[in-house]
Design a protein around this ligand. Structure first.
Ligand SMILES: C[S@@+](CC[C@H](N)C(=O)[O-])C[C@H]1O[C@@H](n2cnc3c(N)ncnc32)[C@H](O)[C@@H]1O
Length: 220
């Protein structure tokens, strides 16, 4: 499982490196579907890094309530500093296990977060996060997905090697996060692809009986 602060070592260089390799493409991909978020939504952001996405979100929906959860203290501090002029944001140092209980969320945003987990852990994470979302909740995912060219496959290898060495993440390759979401009852409503960067909006399909029971036991 994810250990806290694994990304501390690269927090100072993360945004610069991402820009060097991908230009503005990672940022653009994260912003494509923000317009689908309704006014006054409760928005959960997991693994938001240095918090660039908060400014973009607040430009689209200024009165949404944001709960920003980041496992790296150094990333989180940068996110706080960058967004200190903005209201309605709760910053939490933690993981998906730290999602505050109680009210359900309208939207979860996971930008380059699902690809941190090996397949078996990813299924558990998706199940857990799903329980914290309203039945009509939306899941905005941005992540690398299914490289098709030789260049993309090499880049995938290099990125995982880099993150394994610098942060110690346990994933060794891209998980099939779309399949995991589908298996957990999520339906892809929109998607856009740029190279092997995917932006997608998932909504709930019909809830299974097991899911209903899990949700009921969470809210008691
Ligand atoms: C690849 S970086 C992406 C950062 C940011 N979303 C971006 O696109 O610039 C992954 C981020 O997720 C955080 N992270 C990894 N596992 C996490 C978890 N289980 N819960 C919360 N944050 C996590 C890391 O600390 C890191 O900041």
């Amino acid at each position: 499982m994810m250990v806290l602060n694994q990304f501390d070592r690269i927090a100072a260089v993360y945004d610069g490196l991402a820009r060097l390799v991908f230009g503005q493409r990672l940022t653009r991909a994260q912003e494509i579907y923000l317009s689908q978020i309704l006014p006054r939504s409760r928005v959960l952001i997991l693994g938001g890094g240095t918090g660039k996405i908060i400014g973009a979100l607040k430009r689209v929906q200024p009165d949404c309530r944001v709960i920003f959860i980041e496992a790296s203290q150094a990333m989180l501090q940068r996110a706080k500093d960058r967004n200190k002029a903005l209201a309605g944001i709760e910053f939490i140092h933690g993981t998906e296990q730290s999602i505050p209980p109680g009210a359900l969320y309208d939207v979860v945003i996971t930008p380059f977060y699902l690809d941190m987990f090996p397949e078996d852990q990813l299924r558990e994470v998706i199940k857990h996060v799903g329980l914290t979302l309203d039945i009509h909740g939306k899941w905005l995912v941005t992540d690398f997905y299914s490289p098709t060219t030789i260049g993309q496959r090499w880049l995938e290898r290099i990125m995982y090697l880099f993150f394994r060495v610098t942060t110690g993440i346990s994933a060794k390759s891209l998980p099939d996060w779309k399949a995991s979401l589908r298996d957990n009852g999520w339906i892809e409503k929109n998607h856009a692809r740029d190279g092997f960067i995917e932006s997608a909006v998932f909504v709930r399909g019909q809830l299974s009986a097991a899911e209903m029971t899990r949700r009921a036991s969470r809210s008691t």
